[in-house]
Design a protein around this ligand. Structure first.
Ligand code: ATP
Ligand code: MG
Ligand code: FE
Length: 348
């Protein structure tokens, strides 16, 4: 069975095609992404109207490329999955409208699914089905959450922690701006940090005190601390040691994320950790997670960077898990839900 996935929650228009085998295995046949990130770069963040228009322009060509590259005919598609939330209202509407049109015209089942669960599903394209219990650290541009996943993505996702202020990706983007690096900030900070010393500056680790919430995150204090550091250098007429600041900031983020995730693994007796979302592409985060998981006896799964950031393949993968689990399709009049909570995997 072939599942077509459509993603348009933010600034990437994605169309993916996945083959669901009789044994539940997934095979990735197409993963086409058109990004409007460059149109937003000069604003330092995604401009919703610009993103919606870009989705409108990119949707049909991206769909065409996915079909051409996979050699799949639309008539061979078994079902259509689409991101219904969370995300930007206007952006989501483009993907959902396209998916409804295809589903109605072709008479195929439609699945309106959760973008965040999709980020976790991306990993199953690369590393196979999830074990019956696992933890997922979802770190993206808009979210930072620790999730307990039981009996697969189609059955139960419980949020056990989340950020109380900025998301990890948001912190990267804001700190990049402070350091005059381009948007989005993750990739340039990651690159610059390789030439710096992560122990040079002891930036704060948010919410790690004995009385703090065990699994929640906070990154706004870290961002402010970086801002103060840069201001102090400038006021003293010193050159800002950009690489050391980037590396030390990155170290603080990776340290907090991995220590909290591993603490949750230990407390909940879970032996598999999945890290996904755009920030999972970070080299220090995956490196430190690998070290700490190895010493804790936890299996670590991190999809390759291409699958960490937004794409349609992850939505197709989540759709395939729902089809495999025998889930009912969503109604054809399903609405977009910009604030969809992570525990709602599918809109019914
Ligand atoms: P959400 O999934 O919460 O709706 P989003 O879809 O915009 O948000 P993603 O596309 O998953 O987020 O991730 C984008 C974020 O990932 C950006 O904030 C970007 O800076 C960050 N990012 C990308 N690559 C890296 C990297 N190598 N290191 C750190 N952060 C990165
Ligand atoms: Mg994006
Ligand atoms: Fe995302």
């Amino acid at each position: 069975r072939l599942i077509l996935g459509i993603e348009s929650s933010c600034d990437e228009t994605g169309v993916g095609i996945v083959r669901l085998g009789p044994d539940g295995s997934l095979e990735l046949l197409a993963d086409e992404v058109a990004s409007s990130v460059e149109e937003h770069a000069r604003f330092g963040g995604v401009v919703p109207e610009v993103a919606s228009r870009a989705h409108l322009e990119a949707m049909a060509p991206t769909m065409r490329r996915a079909l051409d590259k996979s050699g799949v005919e639309l008539s061979d598609v078994h079902s259509i999955a689409v991101t219904a939330g969370p995300g930007l209202a206007g952006a989501l509407l483009v993907g959902v409208s396209a998916a409804k049109a295809f589903a109605a015209a072709l008479g195929k089942p439609l699945y309106g699914v959760n973008h965040l669960a999709g980020h976790v599903a991306a990993d199953t394209l690369q590393h196979g089905p999830l074990p019956s219990r696992c933890l997922a650290l979802l770190v993206s541009g808009g979210h930072s959450q620790l999730l307990l996943i039981e009996n697969g993505l189609a059955s139960s996702i419980t949020e056990i922690g989340s950020t109380v202020d900025d998301a990890a990706g948001e912190a990267y983007d804001k700190v990049a701006r402070l350091l005059d690096l381009p948007y989005p900030g993750g990739p340039p900070i990651d690159k610059l940090a390789r030439t710096g010393n992560g122990c040079a500056i002891a930036f704060p680790r948010g919410l790690t005190g004995p009385r703090d919430s065990k699994y929640d995150f906070s990154f706004s204090g870290l961002k402010t601390s970086v801002a103060r550091w840069v201001e102090r250098c400038e006021a003293a007429g010193e050159e800002v040691p950009l690489a050391d600041v980037a590396a030390s900031f990155q170290e603080a983020v990776a340290d907090v994320l991995t220590s909290k995730a591993l603490r949750a693994c230990r407390d909940l007796r879970v032996d598999t950790l999945v890290i996904s979302g755009g920030v999972a592409a970070n080299s220090r985060l995956s490196g430190l997670a690998a070290e700490r998981c190895a010493s804790a006896g936890v299996e670590l799964r991190v999809p390759s960077p291409r699958l960490c950031t937004d794409n349609g393949a992850m939505i197709a993968a989540l759709g395939a898990h729902l089809v495999a689990a025998g889930a009912k399709p969503s109604p054809l009049d399903l609405s977009t839900t910009p604030g969809l909570p992570v525990n709602v995997v599918q809109i019914l």
